[in-house]
Design a binder for this molecule. Structure first.
Ligand SMILES: Cc1cc2nc3c(=O)[nH]c(=O)nc-3n(C[C@H](O)[C@H](O)[C@H](O)COP(=O)(O)OP(=O)(O)OC[C@H]3O[C@@H](n4cnc5c(N)ncnc54)[C@H](O)[C@@H]3O)c2cc1C
Length: 461
């Protein structure tokens, strides 16, 4: 389509509208999308007014908008899959507007990167405890919109627990505020949490009020290794039985540990935030629970900073397969990260089945994840030019979803449905006897986005 963007440039300013094909190609996809369309332009919003202008322009010219923050979603959520799309980037909306050290909240522009936000919060002795492995790059807004979690999830839970209010521009061009500044907010339907998991399909958020937590007084953690995945899973189960409230419980399977240089063992990172003075007592409990399940403690840390370094290899769960896949398949490499979760009590059986499925299909896969909140991320790679390999890989990816459903879990714990899991979503809803939910999703979308402009091709389209 040849469309003049002159009006848009005039309204927003030249430097906010970019049409250089090399830049368009970068913004067209997230790391895991293997099919995409080139957008017409990338528009960098700097204010809610800019967003209103872009939305009105899209309505008038019958264009789509795919909103992006830092495009680190791994389900194709932020990829452009329809023609006639403008990518609307909020990455320049990255300021902290307020921090209240009494209300324990902050008001931010949503494009701020999580690590940059937390670095500033340290000055107040506070934290936003949503800590995805991508926290160096991923934004506060992206975590809220995807409903993401992170390595502190065993204790603090995911982003939806840590957002109080949002300001957004919806598909009529109107601005709305949802939620309140207070911890409790019971004003009619909970529109705030409709934005959680909306993956850019309901509106464009322009401001977020988030809850904060105090930084822990002290922290202790261990790294243990196992010969069997079930023993590792049982360690997490037993920690819960013993009422040991872990802040971190992360794992990597034998193939993953091998790939990141930890040896061919199943590796578990476990840690707890505690009161100062109880370090030795809690370390003893951590050791007991690991060794009681045939684990060998290979490292210990008595400070968060030291544990953070020990966690580095775990953060390679995605980058390491990217490197290996590109070495094997060059530009045809595709890496898909499944994002299933099961209730903690079902982890031993579910993790065993995931591992068996990987062996059965023979597709290169490593598995790791936030085992403390039941989240398992099998990460597989294949050559997209090899049809047979591609088919097998997609079948295995879907098989992981079926395992999650079988054990009362979810097909997506934090990365969202995006493009990759649209079919799996239908399967999951059917399995729960909830096919009506799809109709409700579509009707909700129509209310927020009556012209159907936001993020086409995602979740259920
Ligand atoms: C190495 C690696 C590790 C990861 N580890 C984790 C992890 O531990 N936990 C986890 O949860 N995720 C993880 N992820 C996935 C990803 O980082 C998160 O989902 C993250 O929250 C996405 O943030 P983002 O800023 O990149 O958002 P984007 O990917 O840019 O966008 C997220 C969604 O929000 C929509 N959107 C963009 N801007 C707006 C806006 N202004 N208003 C409304 N919607 C908008 C997009 O269309 C998209 O659907 C990981 C990814 C990588 C690459």
């Amino acid at each position: 389509m040849s469309l003049s963007l002159v009006d848009l440039r005039k309204t927003l300013g030249e430097d906010k509208v970019v049409t250089d094909p090399d830049i368009l190609r970068i913004y067209a996809r997230d790391p895991a999308s293997f099919e995409f369309e080139l957008p017409l332009a990338v528009v960098y919003a700097e204010s809610a007014d800019d967003v209103v202008n872009v939305v009105n322009y899209a309505i008038k010219n019958k264009l789509y908008i795919t909103p992006v923050f830092h495009s680190t979603s791994l389900s194709g959520n932020a990829a452009t899959v329809a023609r006639n799309t403008i990518v609307l980037s909020s990455e320049r909306m990255n300021k902290i507007l307020e921090v209240s050290d009494v209300d324990w909240l902050a008001v931010v522009q949503p494009g701020i990167k999580i690590d940059e936000f937390n670095l500033e919060l340290m000055r107040y002795g506070l934290q936003w405890p949503v800590d995805p492995a991508s926290s160096k790059t991923a934004s506060v807004g992206g975590s809220i919109i995807n409903g993401g979690g992170g390595v502190k999830g065993a204790k603090y839970g995911p982003a939806p627990h840590w957002v109080l209010a949002l300001e957004a521009v919806i598909g009529t061009g109107e601005r709305i505020r949802v939620g309140c500044r207070t911890l409790k907010c019971r004003e009619g339907y909970d529109l705030l949490h409709l934005f959680v998991g909306s993956e850019g399909t309901l509106g464009v958020i322009t401001e977020a009020t988030v809850r904060l937590a105090p930084l822990p007084e002290a922290f202790v953690g261990i790294v243990a290794q196992y010969d069997d995945i079930v023993d590792l899973a049982n360690t997490v189960v037993e920690a819960r039985r013993r009422r040991l409230w872990l802040m971190v419980a992360e794992f990597m399977d034998d193939d993953g540990s091998d790939l990141v240089g930890l040896g061919r063992k199943y590796t578990l990172w476990m840690g707890a935030d505690i009161s100062a003075g109880s370090e030795e007592a809690v370390l003893t409990r951590l050791r007991e629970v690991a060794e009681g399940n045939r684990g060998k403690v290979v490292a210990e840390a008595a400070k968060w900073g030291d544990f953070f370094k020990l966690l580095e290899p775990r953060r390679l769960l995605y980058p390491a397969p990217v490197k290996r896949a590109v070495e094997s398949y060059g530009g045809n490499a595709v890496i898909m990260m499944a994002d299933v979760a099961v209730p903690t009590s079902k982890l031993p059986e579910a993790m065993r089945e995931v591992k068996d499925a990987v062996r059965l299909y023979g597709v290169p896969t490593i598995t790791g994840g936030h085992v403390g909140d039941g989240n398992i991320h099998p990460t597989l790679w294949f050559d997209k030019s090899n049809e047979e390999q591609k088919k097998k890989a997609i079948k295995l990816f879907e098989h992981f979803g079926k395992i999650a459903i079988k054990y009362d879990g979810t097909i997506s714990a934090e990365h969202g449905i995006g493009v990759h899991k649209r079919e799996m979503l239908k399967t999951a809803l059917e399995a729960r006897g909830s096919t009506a939910a799809l109709r409700i999703y579509k009707e909700i979308k129509r209310i927020f986005d009556p012209h159907g402009i936001f993020n086409p091709g995602k979740i259920f389209e």
